[in-house]
Design a protein around this ligand. Sequence first.
Ligand code: ATP
Ligand code: MG
Length: 242
Amino acid sequence: RKRVWSISTGSEALNGILGGGIQSMSITEVFGEFRCGKTQMSHTLCVAAQLPRDMGGAEGKVAFIDTEGTFRPDRIKAIAERYGLDPDQTMENIIVSRAYNSEQQMDYITKLATIFAEDGQYRLLIVDSIMALFRVDYSGRGELSERQQKLNIMLARLNHISEEFNVAVFVTNQVQADPGAALMFASNDRKPVGGHVMAHASATRLLLRKGRGEERVAKLNDSPDMPEAECSYIITPGGIAD
Ligand code: ATP
Ligand code: MG
């Protein structure tokens, strides 16, 4: 029987409300407005996944699907230095795929399943962001049901991969656009995109938002084994921290 384990987010407070960190064998979704730290958290996890177990890592390799062109090797290197890892070696353990449409995104996921089967060292699969390309490819009103159908297939495959290879799947998601400028800061009420298909697929859902100044706030909305809770974290040159 496979055992669920977890990867550190870089913040002890956040690991605490998650019950250790980002879990294997299921999908964890973080969603929130722009600049709340979704991509920075993704980068931090790329490094943390490679750490020894006693440092919150999984001693493994990472696959990163970049749909927005925001993956930065320089950020990985800076975060690696924080943890005393060799920056170049850390980058070498990350396979990055840049997807330009949702079909490509699906193809990469399928290819990664083959790679995971051949190389048992992969411990983390990141998709940043899960919905961005779907929203472009199926932007018409009449295309919503087709979009949700395709999304459902993709998420089922991601869930399958997480269980078959005992990896953590971490996806970032956007929030629905502001209904009005007056609600700009009412980010507490923001809903993730992807509807019930997305909600059903993610075992763990974490809402990120901006706090005062440099502070960011994470709220655990959904978890298989932890209560609803909130904590704050910061974004540093060395990644997500307390
Ligand atoms: P989007 O929805 O636009 O993709 P996001 O949630 O992915 O946004 P990030 O790109 O993760 O947001 O976070 C951007 C923020 O991270 C910046 O506003 C900045 O405050 C912080 N940041 C980025 N790089 C650094 C760094 N090297 N040192 C400290 N903070 C940084
Ligand atoms: Mg981002």
